[in-house]
Design a protein around this ligand. Structure first.
Ligand code: GAP
Length: 440
């Protein structure tokens, strides 16, 4: 069964993802990527960067600092409004996000509305609640040697503001024409009240965001264009099933404070439907606020018409962890082939950590090992993503390579020494064919 527990267990067993600070008993809401996990994560991030930045003439990248001037978060509205409704059980002192434990209420729920839901404490089962308090999710820190209010700074809760604060620098150095986009990938930090569902809701996540600057009159067509390009990326490049992806037109009451239109891309995760990414029309909210807070003009001057205005912004924003989990749950399959049960990750070939696995049929036969090494070295010249496996018996190796999603296993046996052919086994069908080494 494709349950979240099975995916978590595979991730730990095969070295994709470990609990953060595992050796000390963990750290809630944090996860570490192991040798295979980082390979998959990097491929996801590189594919996104390739498709949205490198293959386009009007996209530019930045890599901004994580700790930014605190004025950033005043201008963006995060200091005032980036808060979740926190409720405490008076009996057992457990704390929860009110909108996550009661049905049919939103993030802006009041104490009265929450109490009217007759929700019981998920920990002790009692119904004795304190008032709803707004809990700001930004992680605070102090910069420099002075530990008082004057030195407070925050770890960025979104990568977007590192883009907006560099908009002027990009305009003044690259002189782009509208529409153009600025992209960033990097860590974002949120002190989530209840991190949950493995890597779905973390306290430290990796965002991939684009701020796409457009003429205000053209926001709708650009919104539709980005909507379909993001579907293309998720379905054709990340290989997600079309029928597991759902567009959700977010109603005005539930939209972030800066948005005039938002479409959330929902994905059918093992524990239910959750937001995978968001596409938001942010108007000129951010640039106008930065102009006010910094006193510097954020206006753009059209080179042909001379028209001067603050561009409007469409923002596609996706968390790498949510995409990682979507890809894993989309490709995790338990099946029976010829009476044998197996777990297989049917990852798209462009994402699989290893493209090929080379092994000698028997590892105690030096002539087989030497020939297999030759094949391995030959493939390594062409492809980076080749792995070597001579552990256990051949059945165990296939089982391991299936679980980590290696599309092709190449086995050198005694026939190879005679006729220079090898067995190539296909991950998805388990069918084996003989191939001449020169044709690999
Ligand atoms: N700049 C807009 C922004 O940050 P968001 O909806 O708060 O909007 C965008 O976040 C995306 O970042 C989400 O769709 C999700 O993929 C990812 N994300 C946000 N919070 C997350 C968390 N706590 N854990 C994992 N991913 C998260």
């Amino acid at each position: 069964m494709n349950s979240l527990e099975n995916i978590v267990s595979l991730c730990k067993r095969r070295g994709f993802i470990f609990p953060g600070s595992d050796v000390y008993g963990g750290m809630a809401g944090t996860w570490d990527y192991g040798p295979l996990g980082i390979m998959l994560k990097k491929k996801i991030m590189d594919a996104w960067w390739g498709y949205f930045v490198e293959q386009r003439d009007n996209m530019y990248g930045v890599d901004a600092a994580i700790i930014m001037n605190p004025k950033t978060w005043v201008a963006s509205g995060h200091t005032a409004t980036f808060a979740d409704p926190l409720v405490e059980c008076k009996e057992c002192k457990s704390r929860f996000r009110a909108d996550k434990i009661a049905d049919g209420i939103s993030e802006s729920v009041t104490t009265e509305q929450f109490l009217a839901t007759h929700t019981k404490c998920p920990v002790c089962g009692k119904e004795n609640w304190g008032p709803i308090r707004k809990f700001n999710m930004m992680f605070k820190t102090h910069v420099g040697a002075v530990d008082d209010d004057s030195s407070i700074a925050y770890l960025r809760p979104e990568t977007a503001q590192g883009i907006f604060t560099n908009y002027k620098n990009v305009i003044d150095t690259i002189y782009p024409n509208l529409p153009f986009g600025i992209a960033q990938q990097g860590k974002a930090f949120r002190n989530e009240i209840s991190p949950r569902d493995f890597i779905l809701r973390d306290r430290e996540c990796t965002q991939m965001e684009i701020e796409y600057f457009v003429h205000p009159d053209t926001w709708q067509e650009n919104f539709e264009k980005l909507l379909s390009e993001n579907h293309h990326f998720l379905e054709k490049i990340m290989g997600l099933s079309k029928d597991k992806l759902h567009d959700y037109e977010v109603p005005a009451d539930d939209r972030a404070h800066y948005s005039k239109r938002t479409v959330d891309f929902m994905f059918d995760y093992p524990n239910g439907q959750e937001e995978l990414m968001g596409l938001a029309y942010r108007t000129d909210f951010d640039l106008a606020n930065i102009e006010r807070e910094s006193g510097k003009s954020m206006e753009y001057r059209d080179k042909v018409t001379g028209e001067t205005f603050i561009p409007h912004v469409i923002e596609p924003s996706i968390g790498v962890e949510r995409l990682f989990l979507a890809i894993l749950s989309n490709s995790y399959i338990e099946e029976e082939i010829d009476g044998n049960k197996r777990i297989v990750l049917k990852l798209p070939e462009n994402l699989a950590p290893h493209k090929f696995c080379v092994s000698p049929l028997l590892k105690n036969k030096p002539e087989l090992v030497a020939k297999a090494k030759e094949v391995y070295d030959q493939l390594r010249i062409k492809y980076t993503y080749v792995t070597w496996d001579d552990s256990g018996n051949i059945g165990k190796r296939y089982r391991k390579q299936d679980e980590i999603g290696t599309p092709k296993c190449i086995v050198v046996d005694f026939d190879t020494l005679e006729d220079n052919t090898v067995t190539v086994r296909d991950r998805d069908t388990t069918k084996q064919i003989r191939v001449d080494i020169a044709d690999l």
